[in-house]
Each structure stands twice: as C-alpha cells, then as structure tokens.
Design a protein around this ligand. Structure first.
Ligand SMILES: *Cc1c(COP(=O)(O)O)cnc(C)c1O
Length: 465
C-alpha cells in the first residue's frame, strides 16, 4: 500500500523539477515565445528577495510539529504540493471549461469521490463542486436553502461555526441558535420545539464543531426534519473525512451520525482541513441535482468552448484555482478516500485524543472538559474558580510558546461559561461570566507518539505558573 512520501525526502524537489521541464516542453510545442523584457528581473535581486521571504516565513508557528497542538492547521501532504505547483505552472481556472478542461475534469472526479464517501448516489444523482473555502461552500448551501424554503429561518446549534449566523445575515435570512447539550451537540428536544413552530426551513447539523469537535446527531435530526418538511444541511467542514473511520471501532468514531449524512440534502467538507490540502479547497455537495436551477445564469464571455456543464454554471464563485483540484486529485490517487487510505491518516489522531483524554482524567491536576468525539481535546487546570482556570490556562498557553524552539508547546484556548462547566459536572465556581480553558487539535498522525510528551509538557508548565 502506498503511504506518505517521507517528509524531507528529495522527492518533492525532483517531481517539481520534472514538472517544470515537461510542461515547458509542452508549451514550446506551440512555438517559442520570447518573454517580454518588462517582466525581466535582476537575478541577484530575485535571490535576495526570496531569501528575505524565507526568513520572513520563520515568523510562524511550527504547524508541522507534533508539539504544535493548537488550532486545526498542518502543512499539506507532499503529493498535494506536487499536484498544486505542477498544475499552477499552467494556471488553469476552474470557473469554466474554457479556463482549463483538464482540471475541471479532475474536479468532477474528486467531487464524485467525495459524494461516494458520503453515500450520495453517483452523478447525476448529486451535484457538487469545489470552493475556495468552507465559508463559501456553506454560503452556497444556505443560498440554495433560502431558494428552496423562502421566508423560512435556518436553525444551527449554538456551537456551530459562526459563519452560519454571518452568512444568514448576508443572505437576509433569519438564523436561530439551538442550545447544545452537555456533550456540545445540538439538543434534539430544543430542536423539536423549534421545528414545531414552523419558522424553520433548514436545519444545519455539524459533524465536528470547530471548538469542541462535537458531532450533532444527524441520524436523529434527519427524521425529525423530514416530519416537519424541513431541509437538512450538514456542515462537515472539519469532521467530514471522519466518515472514513466512522465504524464504532475503538480507534474510530461513532458510525450513526456520519452514515446519516447520506440522507441529508447538502453537505460541506473542507479538504484543506483533514484532506491534506493547501488552503483554498472547500467543497459543497447537493443530493438533488435539480438545485442547479437556482444557479442559472448566462455569461457573454464564458462557457463557449463546450456545451458540457461548466463548473461556473453551478457555483457562485467565478475564478478558482484549477491547481486546487489537481492537488486533491493527485492526493486521492495515492491516499484514496477509504478506511485503508486517508482513514489510516485520521486514526492515529483519534487514538491520540483518546489517549491524552485518559491521561488528563487520571492526572488530578487537569480535568477533561468533555470526552472527545473526534480528535479535539479540551481540558482545564483543576482550580476552584473560573477566574483562576482562565488565568492559569492563559499562562500555560503563553509560557508554552515562550519556551526555546525545540521545547516550545503550542496550544489553543476555548472560552466557556459557568453553566457549560456545570452541565459537564465540573465543580468550578463561576466568579466571572466566562473564562478560557485549553484546547488541542490532534490532527497530525505524528501526534499519537507525542501524547506522553505533550501531557508532561502541559503538567510541567502548570506546576510553574
Ligand atoms: C473551518 C470551518 C468552517 C469555515 O471554513 P473555512 O474553510 O475556514 O472558511 C465552517 N464550519 C466548520 C465546522 C469549520 O470547522
């Protein structure tokens, strides 16, 4: 089985070198073009400027390192880099087939793979495309929701990504936040009451909230929504690829909510989160290909090279990097969207989250905020008052980053209120309205081996502050 290209191996440089040469040869087949002197730059100046660039880039956090256990960030897979840069040498635009037939075809192929992963029927039984982000993908899903359920509100959980309330505002639709239960997922009782009011046209379920990685019960939300004639959109921007390991096994995640995505009306996933892609790669998929009607428009300056469907005819964005499609296409050639393929990249992070959660629970010095549903762990210093929890968490965060580079620890924080702590059984006096706890996204497979170190490093910082 093909696994990751070893990091740091010369493969990346070699493949890019071959790409530059081969594509230049293809370009020359059209006849030589002399570069225009206006674009000439001094070689010495280029070297100096790029050296500056490399040095400026050191002002960053070590997203590649397992001791970076903060936000949902990691460098792309080398295959994604090769795919991206290779296609970028041509620079196709996936807005229309006129802008790049090859990468438009690749986009349709990867979208079909994403649809198959979620259990959507093969084309023409679904419609979908890549987007430049999860935000735009969700905007498109909510736009279609508004068109199919005019005048109705959308309901999302109180812990859903803030983009839903914002995009509802942009679209001029009402957004209602449904309270969450003690595991951070949408309360079904509260949703049932809200749907009974008839106000809501679409429910947004999140499989993997950005803060806690909580998974809304899509399998229970779908039947409830259907009874009420309500549409279901699933925001799987973060958690979508966990579908590959949603098998109820010890190092997998809960099967039912992910299996039920197949019954939703639309779903959003961010390959630039767990799909090993560089930023600029989201996706939206619809179960009903008929929603294309809502996108209908004509353009006097595009869609002329072919009568086939142009991606711009089914998306709100115009120019989009064909390179993003090539990167995802190449990555899935090597790490297919299967349990044995990309699934094997997600399982170690899941195991890391479970292992660290266990260490935290046993420590006495830290408390687990709630059990992780995916690979995001949230925890707090064992302190009596929320103001102390906040101050100590902030100090651990700051002091971890201030350590020498080869010992530095990079965490994130998450703001909670007294009621959320109490709902999870934490006896913390809420002397302030809200306070920060600690949060770690363990999305790199390398996190698994690093768990004992991460835990020891947090405890060491805790003892110092
Ligand atoms: C990241 C995320 C988004 C926003 O996606 P971007 O790609 O950052 O624009 C939306 N919803 C969820 C659940 C996310 O995790």
């Amino acid at each position: 089985m093909l696994k990751a290209i070893p990091a740091g191996a010369g493969v990346l440089g070699e493949q890019l070198q071959v790409a530059v040469e081969e594509l230049a040869a293809w370009m020359r087949e059209y006849g030589d073009v002399a570069p225009h002197p206006s674009q000439d730059v001094d070689l010495g100046a280029l070297e100096a400027a790029t050296a500056d660039l490399r040095s400026r880039l050191r002002d960053n956090y070590p997203f590649h390192h397992p001791r970076y256990a903060g936000q949902m960030l990691k460098p792309p897979h080398p295959a994604a880099i090769i795919g991206y840069v290779t296609a970028m040498l041509v620079n196709p635009n996936n807005h229309a087939l006129d802008g790049g037939p090859a990468t438009a075809a690749m986009e349709k192929e990867v979208v079909a793979q994403l649809a198959a992963m979620f259990g959507f029927p093969p084309a023409p039984g679904h419609l979908g495309h890549l987007t430049s982000s999860g935000t735009i993908a969700n905007l498109e899903a909510l736009f279609v929701a508004r068109e199919t359920h005019p005048g109705k509100a959308i309901a999302h959980s109180a812990d859903a990504h803030y983009t839903h309330a914002r995009m509802a505002h942009v679209l001029g639709i009402e957004a209602v936040a449904v309270p969450t239960g003690p595991d951070g997922s949408m309360s079904l009782e509260a949703l049932a009451d809200l749907l009974a009011s008839g106000r809501v046209g679409t429910v947004v379920a999140t499989t993997g909230t950005t803060g806690l990685g909580a998974v809304d019960p899509v399998h229970e939300i779908v039947p409830l929504a259907r009874e009420n004639g309500v549409r279901v959109h699933v925001d799987a921007a973060y958690g979508g690829f966990f579908r590959l390991i949603a098998d109820d096994t010890p190092d997998g995640v809960a099967a039912a909510p992910f299996a039920a995505i197949a019954d939703a009306d639309s779903v959003v996933i961010d390959p630039h989160k767990h799909g090993l892609q560089p930023y600029g790669c989201g996706a939206v998929l619809f179960r009903d290909p008929g929603v294309a009607a809502h996108y209908l428009h004509d353009s006097p300056y595009t869609y002329f090279t072919s009568d086939d469907l142009h991606l711009g005819e089914i998306s709100l964005e115009c120019s989009r990097a064909g390179a993003a499609a090539a990167a995802l296409w190449l990555t899935t050639r090597l790490l297919p969207l299967t349990s044995d393929g990309l699934g094997e990249v997600l399982r170690p992070g899941r195991r890391a989250a479970l292992a660290w959660a266990g260490l935290i629970e046993d420590s006495g010095e830290l408390a687990l905020y709630q059990p992780p549903a995916l690979d995001i762990v949230t925890y707090l210093p064992a302190r009596a008052r929320l103001s102390e929890v906040d101050a100590v968490s902030a100090a651990v965060l700051a002091q971890g980053m201030a350590l020498p580079l080869d010992e530095s620890l990079h965490l994130a924080t998450y703001t909670v209120g007294g009621a959320s702590l109490a709902a999870r059984g934490h006896r913390v006096e809420a002397d302030v309205d809200a306070g920060r706890i600690l949060r770690s996204v363990l999305m790199k497979p390398e996190h698994e081996a690093a768990v004992p170190d991460l835990h020891a490093a947090v405890l060491a910082l805790l003892r110092e502050v």
